[in-house]
Design a protein around this ligand. Structure first.
Ligand SMILES: Nc1ncnc2c1ncn2[C@@H]1O[C@H](COP(=O)(O)OP(=O)(O)OP(=O)(O)O)[C@@H](O)[C@H]1O
Ligand SMILES: [Mg+2]
Length: 333
């Protein structure tokens, strides 16, 4: 992550045309203060690109402040955006700067902007229109010369059309729109990305992996990557853990359960081959609940890890006690 925060646009390379166009626009954006909207599915690299634009801009020495308004309740919103003075409300024991103030001279990155509440939209619009705001509990007007970069994983224009996003705010934010293509549309990048990730994962896991078996590569190339580059990174890390020799074999390539609701039931069921024969739910029609999918995934990874609990917990990114609980629940079925 620390790496990602230092990246500049010229550090990013691509052999895909749409992505190259996106990086060209990012370079233009870095040379200007125009507001930028980054559109792309989850995990395509919006946050990474926002950092890169900031780092390649004249604001690089100033703060990069990220704010996800959709994750903040309306009651806390104003104090988060504009800050507050000591005693402004119960529990306000000291003065605190808000995101606009913190980002002064730098970049304010507004994440998941399409999910912002109507109140958040009004408050942000006001600052952008008047260039001024005050901390809660203060009359003093402050200004912020923050450059705004927004990210969204769905079309903002569509949100405006459906009445979920203010047209006036959309117009203000929409200086330059960069469309980051999903990984499945830039598969030509895959071998180079895998090689880089494999090197990093090998170093982390202390493994010296020399090659990927063609069938394993085939499996990677045919995957749809709903989680994009984030999923790629996790998948490479997992296959590195599973790999016990110098070559990644097809059985080392394991994808997380695909929980997209529009996936065909049979496809979902097929992604759990080791369980299909002894899972009662599958016989009666697959149970598509999150809970059930999670249990199947835990069981699957547990089997893949030769029932080694320490390794399974590590792969799943959970503690051993949590794993033990899941396994008990699975056993009860
Ligand atoms: N071009 C790239 N090269 C290498 N790694 C990348 C690239 N783009 C993204 N990544 C990696 O993929 C992961 C996801 O990227 P990032 O967090 O920027 O995605 P995002 O679009 O902001 O996702 P979300 O919508 O969930 O916020 C990160 O670990 C990031 O380092
Ligand atoms: Mg992000």
């Amino acid at each position: 992550m620390a790496m990602q925060e230092k990246l500049r646009i010229e550090d990013l390379t691509t052999c895909n045309q749409a992505m190259a166009r996106c990086l060209q626009l990012a370079a233009l954006a870095a040379n200007s203060d125009v507001p930028v909207v980054l559109l792309g599915e989850t995990g395509t690299g919006k946050t990474l690109l926002a950092h890169a634009i900031h780092n390649s801009s004249a604001r690089a020495g100033r703060p990069f402040i990220a704010f996800n308004a959709s994750a903040i309740s309306d009651t806390l919103l104003e104090s988060q955006l504009f800050g507050h003075e000591r005693g402004a409300f119960t529990g306000a024991q000291q003065s605190v700067k808000g995101k606009f103030e913190l980002a002064d001279g730098g970049t304010l990155f507004l994440d998941e902007i399409s999910e912002m509440s109507p109140l958040a939209q009004v408050k942000i619009l006001r600052v952008l229109e008047y260039g001024e705001f005050e901390r809660l509990g203060s009359e003093r007007m402050l200004t912020s010369n923050a450059r705004i970069i927004c990210a969204s994983n769905c079309s903002l224009r569509e949100r405006v059309r459906r009445g979920k996003f203010r047209e006036d705010l959309y117009q203000r934010l929409n200086g330059l729109t960069l469309l980051i293509p999903p990984l499945r549309e830039r598969l030509e990048e895959l071998p180079a990305l895998i090689a880089t990730e494999l090197k990093a994962a090998g170093l982390k896991e202390g493994k010296d992996i020399a090659a990927i078996h063609p069938e394993a590569m085939e499996k990677l190339l045919h995957h749809k990557w709903p989680g994009n580059l984030r999923e790629l990174s996790h998948t490479v890390r997992t296959m590195t853990l599973f790999c016990d020799g110098p070559v990644i074999m097809p059985e080392h390539v394991v994808f997380p359960p695909d929980l997209e609701p529009d996936r065909a039931t049979s496809e979902l069921a097929n992604s759990f081959p080791t369980l299909a024969s002894n899972n009662k739910e599958n016989d009666a029609g697959t149970d598509l609940s999150m809970e059930s999918a999670m249990k199947r995934h835990v069981r699957f990874v547990y089997e893949q890890a030769n029932q080694n609990q320490r390794r399974t917990a590590k792969l799943l990114g959970i503690s051993r006690s949590t794993l033990a609980r899941y396994l008990r629940d699975v056993a009860k079925k």
